[in-house]
Design a protein around this ligand. Structure first.
Ligand SMILES: [Zn+2]
Length: 286
């Protein structure tokens, strides 16, 4: 376990900790601890408890940000003269009859608009830029920052990374997944900016990355609840000599990142199928 520099002034963040007072005098009796999301815990027990709570907060079913109301895409296209009343009615009827798909997809399906036009209008609807993935292949480097299964799950792609300001541009296809965006921001300790990209380009990029992403190790043991996940993470954190552990999740995946002085190791848990995937350690590229 890592000993933090200013340990003598640290106080365990666990409200249930029995050693809280003592840790203020840690310089007399050095206490080793573990850090979760930058908060210090005096013992594996306190750390594990806080970790299980944080995992519980990231499981499906916990409150997600409410969607922000936007001008409907069909109306936006109508007002810009991209489609006429008839085309919009036809697309809306097809959407209603099928009970699936988004209006932009149906407008494309009936040949009223192109993929580029739909994406441009979505950019206007969300007031965010459209990133030309076909003109920049920086995603090949950026993608290593985030475990591939998470990119695939949210159909998102880190497309541009500005190291000096620690800003990461994340491209989405038809809607911004703010939960995923927040998760990335927290786990990478960076600032994220959402943008849109053509679905065909994102799918192509993900396909390319699928064959390149680093190998995934899947241990045999099943994991069934937050405390078991916390225990697995703790075991790895101790073994690796973690300097900090971060935990987050979205869409039914729990993502833990164990940071050490030389890099990091990611662990993913499927909240439903409940089988952890330990991603091999990477040299930190942040
Ligand atoms: Zn404690």
């Amino acid at each position: 376990m890592a000993i933090l520099k200013s340990e003598r002034f640290l106080q365990c963040e666990s409200p249930a900790c029995s050693r809280q007072r003592r840790s203020w005098r840690a310089w007399l009796d050095p206490v080793r601890g573990l850090s979760l999301d930058g908060h210090w815990y005096c013992s594996p027990g306190c750390f594990e408890q806080a970790l299980a709570f944080a995992i519980g907060q990231s499981l499906p079913g916990t409150a997600q940000p409410a969607p922000v109301h936007r001008v409907p895409l069909g109306l936006l296209m109508l007002s810009r003269g991209l489609v006429d009343n008839e085309q919009l009615k036809k697309a809306l009827k097809a959407q209603k009859d099928s009970g699936s798909g988004r209006v932009g997809e149906w407008l494309r399906h009936i040949g009223a608009v192109s993929e580029e036009q739909v994406t441009q209008m979505l950019g206007l609807q969300w007031s965010i830029p459209v990133f030309p993935i076909n003109q920049s292949r920086q995603y090949l480097e950026c993608a290593n920052l985030i475990p591939f299964p998470l990119l695939e799950l949210a159909e998102m792609l880190p497309v541009h990374h500005i190291r000096s300001s620690q800003t990461l541009y994340m491209a989405f296809v038809d809607r911004i997944n703010y939960t995923a965006l927040y998760s990335v921001e927290k786990m990478l300790a960076c600032h994220t900016e959402p943008c849109l990209a053509l679905q065909s380009q994102v799918i192509q990029a993900l396909k390319e990355l699928r064959s390149r992403h680093h190998p995934v190790q899947v241990p045999d043991d099943g994991i069934s609840d937050p405390s078991e996940m916390a225990n697995t993470i703790l075991t790895h954190a101790v073994r690796l000599g973690a300097a900090d552990v971060r935990v987050s999740g979205f869409g039914g995946l729990i993502w833990a990142r164990i940071l050490t002085t030389s890099g990091y190791t990611d662990i993913l848990f499927h909240a439903h199928s409940i089988r952890p995937e330990i991603l091999l350690p990477l040299e930190s590229t942040q």
